[in-house]
Design a protein around this ligand. Structure first.
Ligand code: BES
Ligand code: MN
Ligand code: MN
Length: 462
């Protein structure tokens, strides 16, 4: 493809301004107070897709937030790439930990990003990465180099479980027909170490409620004589891991895929510095399941983590009280072959069974999804690999990620096509955290790499 870096360089400032405009809209799907903003973001995405060269763009209503669908079909005999991304973002709290307001994007230089990085909620996850695809399309249409058909499906509910997208996909198989699905919503190993994500973990997310006495009690008058729901909840949670940090839920590991020694050796070749890892997190030791390395623990092994825990008095000063209720939100990251609904059921049965007399336990399932692995011998993977080689000068390393995009396994099931995960984020981008950012290098490099995927995918499909 001709002149990609030239085109990107020429339009750099505008590409950045457009992304900044998108990042200013607080499209927080989890919080209904932002409903107008989420809907407005969908409209903006629609306009941008039209400007970038889609022939047809529509806002598809769902029971929740709409899906923006766009397409440019140049020849029905050519392959079709379906791009998926999301325009919703995570809530930005805790706000006091942001160095600049989350929806007032600023460009700042950092040690890792001397060229600058754009700081805002959604900068990397996923507005910045999604928008790379819009600008890649602009490049291909404006320079008459689009080699195949393209469809866009940008949703507004990824951060809250994609349940309406699942329905949309099932009901629109013909419309969404494609030869490969392309997503940039993951990361790469390092700025100078390109990688392609070959796996995602599944997820089971539950909320638990432990109820003791029917009202809050004076901790002197009643303390020691009735079960304290917070003490009990802490004990129950602590018992979910044994001394080797294995999860104790019966049947939890039954379906877990064990990797061969060869596969684990291959994984261990990816560049990784434990010292740098610890330093970046300010910890003196890593922690996790016995018998596995850090990179294995966060990708090929399932986990159980408390995401939030509350109850009782948390205000200023002290209040002597035994609360009536205690709560926790718990996520389990799953690996291929573990079925999320089955794991949710196993958790529920086990958690209820370990509750002592004197408390009542309720387990409320939230959302979940299956894990995903993609082979590296597919045309899609090969095309992505060549694209990275051209733009980075290095063959990308296949790497399984610890994160989840539950809809990806549903795509395979319903649309019968493979997903290629070309992520350009870095672990240090602080997605879902205060001070989320996306390196300008990564943003522009993504825009340069994506068109090459189209080129090679079309060539290899012949
Ligand atoms: N983009 C992330 C997932 C991700 C990030 C995968 C980095 C791999 C590397 C996505 O937006 C996300 O946050 N997914 C959620 C699950 C969802 C059901 C809320 C997650 O992984 O927690
Ligand atoms: Mn995302
Ligand atoms: Mn996310």
């Amino acid at each position: 493809m001709k002149n990609i870096s030239f085109y990107v360089d020429q339009h750099k400032d505008r590409f950045l301004e457009e992304l900044i405009d998108l990042l200013k809209i607080p499209s927080i799907s989890a919080d209904s107070a932002y409903k107008k903003d989420v809907l407005h973001t969908a409209e903006v995405v629609k306009t941008r897709l039209e400007e970038a060269g889609c022939d047809h763009v529509e806002i598809c209503e769902t029971a929740g937030y709409p899906i923006v669908y766009g397409e440019k079909i140049i020849d029905k005999d050519l392959p079709t790439v379906l791009v998926y991304g999301h325009y919703d973002v995570q809530p930005p709290d805790p706000l006091n930990l942001w160095n600049s307001p989350p929806f007032e994007p600023v460009i700042k230089k950092t040690e890792l990003h001397p060229e600058g990085a754009i700081f805002a909620r959604g900068a990397c996850d996923d507005k910045g990465q999604m928008y790379m695809h819009v600008k890649a399309l602009e490049f291909m249409t404006k320079t008459n180099q689009l080699p195949c058909n393209v469809k866009f499906m940008i949703e507004g509910e990824e951060e809250v479980g994609s349940s309406n997208l699942a329905i949309f996909v099932k009901e629109n198989q013909e419309k969404l027909k494609n030869d490969v699905i392309l997503i940039s919503d993951t990361g790469m190993i390092a700025k100078d170490v390109p990688s392609i994500t070959t796996g995602l973990r599944g997820l089971s997310y539950v909320e638990v409620e432990v109820t003791g006495p029917n009202r809050d009690l004076h901790s002197g008058l009643y303390g020691g004589a009735v079960a304290n729901p917070i003490n009990i909840l802490a004990k129950m949670i602590a018992s979910l891991h044994d001394e080797n940090n294995h999860i104790t839920i019966p049947g939890f590991y039954d379906k877990v895929e064990e990797l061969s020694k060869e596969e684990r050796d291959e994984m261990a070749k990816a560049p990784f510095s434990l010292e740098a890892y610890k330093k970046s997190l300010d910890i003196d030791a890593v922690y996790g399941e016995a018998g596995y390395t850090t990179n294995e623990r966060n990708s090929i092994r399932p986990t159980l983590d408390v995401n939030g825990i509350w109850g009782g008095y948390t205000g200023e000063g002290a209040k002597t009280v035994i609360a009536s209720k205690a709560y926790a939100k718990i996520s389990m990251r799953l690996v291929p072959h573990q079925d999320w609904e089955n794991i949710t059921q196993l958790f529920k049965t086990h958690f209820e069974s370990i509750a002592p007399k004197g408390v009542k336990v309720e387990v409320k399932p939230h959302h979940g999804g299956q894990g995903y692995v993609t082979p590296i011998d597919s045309i899609g993977y090969q095309a992505a690999s060549k694209a990275y080689f051209d733009s980075f000068g290095k063959t990308p390393i296949p790497q399984r990620s610890g994160g989840s995009i539950p809809i990806v396994s549903l795509f395979e099931q319903e649309l019968k096509s493979k997903t290629i995960l070309m992520g350009f984020g870095l672990d240090s981008d602080a997605i879902h955290s205060p001070n989320e950012h996306f390196g300008l290098f990564n943003y522009f490099k993504g825009i340069e790499t994506i068109p090459l995927f189209y080129k090679y995918f079309t060539e290899l499909s012949k």
